[in-house]
Design a protein around this ligand. Sequence first.
Ligand code: ATP
Ligand code: MG
Length: 568
Amino acid sequence: MPETKEAPAPAANFIRNIIDEDNAIGKWGGRVETRFPPEPNGYLHYGHAKSIFLNFGLARDYGGVCHLRFDDTNPEKEEQEYVDSIIESVRWLGFDWGRHLYYASDYFDTMYACAEYLITSGNAYVDSLTAEEMRAYRGTLNEPGKDSPYRTRSVEENLDLFRRMKAGEFADGAHVLRAKIDMASPNINLRDPAIYRIKHATHHNTGDTWCIYPMYTYAHPIEDAIEGITHSICTLEFEDQRPFYDWLLNKLADGGFFTRPLPQQIEFARLNLTYVVLSKRKLIQLVEEKHVDGWDDPRLPTLMGARRRGFTPEGFKRFTDQIGVSKADSWIDMSVLEACMRDDLNEHAPRRIAVLDPVKLIIDNYPENQTEDCFAPNHPQHPELGKRAIPFSRELWIEREYFTESPPKGYFRLFPGNRVRLRYGYVVECTGCDKDAAGNITAVHCTYLPDTKSGTPGADSVKVKGNIHWVSAPHACQAEVRLYDRLFAMPHPGRDRDYIEDINPDSKTIITAQLEPSLKHAVAEERFQFERHGYFVADLKDSKPGAPIFNRTVTLKDSWQNNGPHNV
Ligand code: ATP
Ligand code: MG
């Protein structure tokens, strides 16, 4: 294991406690082998990040390995595009599975052999009830189920039917293979669960080799056992499946397929996050109905979207460390995730100046055609990152909101007669403004005080309360900036109506901004703090050096808690 002297010890949680106890009694000889098992039927979302950091993080901290396993047992919804994007996203978060990349579909032969063994050992049978009848026979939470009339078929008949199912003799739904456990079990999942069904469908990996496919709850424990997983970590909804997980692996261990100890299933609470939806089905709908611009739309809570949004892997790490792992379902507010991104970006993003809603400021007593340099620190907390020159000239861009003709009480910015400092530059005194025929302000005028340049002796001789940022107009880089905000306006989309109606109509605003000239050469994915505005990233797809396009990642402060359309 690498030396991790400075890093704080990972916070204890109930899963680490289980592993520590296993290690203490030597259950696995110190081995820790986990897996992250996405089904390739969609793109990974923020919720998956929790599972990825948990599984890969445990493996890393205990000197073990974490497998990336595609749980591709359902032929109908799975695609190579999803496989590729999942690989890209897990890598982006900073994890590496070495040679441990697996596909559940590679185990179809073993799964089939296990099923034949269950039949021959009297632990599985072919049922020929219709789906509807099967539901009726299953019973309810309060009533036991009833045995199917086919439950007593002989081993020979079961084996014959199962082989003919595999050979493609029957239509979808004609028969299913079921585990033979107990139709009266108080746990419905043990009432003879289906383990194989007929499905004449082409699989993204195995093509048309198979027309029967294992059920997820049957396939997953076998996948874990084949790979020698020690701790099989999944979300809470699988808790009721654990008895079947254990039943199945014990039967198969008895049959010599696997050796003990067997993988242990451990459940934790999934991530529930406000202002987003974290269900693949809903994400697919948002993309297909074009409520967003594709799978990597920066507003979508996919990891591909997060990347384009400018979120960082380190920010996700902060987030998952902060929310921890528990057994109790709860909601995390989106502001927590945003704050983690802000904290990471604050530390790492260089500062730059951008004017997002530009109006001209003309310094009437500054010589035309003159240019000089002002110097701005690249990072206030990291003086070692130095300063950069920003050109100053007679005509600047400033934010429209920095000028008013009739200032409210406490307004320290530009209004006729008032003085402000141009950040990193001179003190100026406002003299008035120009307007067009409709009364819109087209330019603001001022004069400058030559002895007040920041960083020169006497710069502070004139005291002012306001300090505004600016960009020299002839030098500015004009660029498209996409102001992204939360995709949903409501903390729990869909709680009171169709979740689509809860989409925030202002989640994307495209503006033309004036940027300091150094931003012109930003490369894709370069991240900055635009002073006073927030964190921005050069768009991964559309931004090019020389013609940058920026996405807003997050504002500097949380605007939703107090001023947002709705509170949680
Ligand atoms: P969805 O419910 O969105 O369809 P899923 O659970 O079917 O997602 P999988 O591909 O099966 O998606 O997920 C891979 C792994 O990620 C699983 O181990 C699952 O438990 C975990 N996971 C999925 N969603 C979350 C979440 N919101 N929080 C934590 N872990 C999650
Ligand atoms: Mg799942």
